[in-house]
Design a protein around this ligand. Structure first.
Ligand code: SIN
Ligand code: FE2
Length: 216
């Protein structure tokens, strides 16, 4: 029987002007992406960064690409070297690049070229409080966010912290892209519920692709 709404066929949902969810977009690449992610983490391990205010983040993070998002006592920054290893961040794996390119294209940002990918790892209870992604100098470039493994509730608000929040469940393979009018919209992740996923075990992973360098 022809199933027009087969669960494994990607579909799109508009979240806000300039923001779209590409449902299941990365699902068929899940195993390849996780293998590449594990390679990155073998070189630059996951760590719980400490905010300038002295708070240890519940989400564990690492990066790949020519720049990586990190913290120090003065603030948040993009750095070419992993402060923990003293080595450059691992190169962005080809499967990451391919997926980001396809997702950007599908979401209406065909010119997006990322130079940084922040990798978040959530264990049960880990969360990301409401924030803006505003450490990037080029706000013309979107954010491309890929969810892998356990599901989590994503909050997406507006230009101010007090704007009403949409709450959407992001599942394995979902990709969210936000840019243009919603590039600086507040967003966050509610505490992860315990579970078991065949590819990621007890974790959720999230890749966010960013253009973090200065440009001409
Ligand atoms: C982020 O805001 O950087 C990550 C969001 C997510 O984990 O889905
Ligand atoms: Fe963010």
């Amino acid at each position: 029987m022809l199933d027009l709404f087969a669960e494994d066929e990607p579909w799109q949902e508009t979240l806000a002007p300039g923001a779209v969810i590409l449902r299941r977009f990365a699902r068929q690449d899940g195993a390849t992406l996780m293998a590449a992610l594990n390679d990155v983490a073998a070189q630059s391990p996951f760590r719980h960064m400490v905010t300038p205010g002295g708070y240890t983040m519940s989400v564990a993070m690492t990066n790949c690409g020519s720049l990586g998002w990190t913290t120090n006592t003065r603030g948040y920054l993009y750095a070419p070297v992993d402060p923990q290893t003293g080595q450059p961040w691992p190169a962005m794996p080809a499967p990451f690049q391919r997926l980001c390119e396809a997702a950007s294209q599908a979401a209406g940002y065909p010119d997006f070229v990322p130079d940084a990918c922040l990798i978040n790892r959530y264990q049960p209870g880990a969360k990301l409080s409401l924030h803006q992604d505003k450490d990037e100098p080029n706000l013309a470039a979107p954010i491309v966010s890929v969810s892998l493994g356990l599901p989590a509730v994503f909050q997406f608000g507006g230009a101010t912290r007090s704007a009403p929040l949409q709450r959407v469940l992001l599942e394995h393979g979902d990709v969210v892209v936000w840019g243009g009018p919603s590039r600086l919209f507040y967003h966050g992740i509610q505490p992860l519920k315990p579970g078991e996923h065949p590819l990621t075990g007890g974790f959720r992973y999230n890749l966010t692709f960013r253009a973090a360098g200065y440009y001409e």
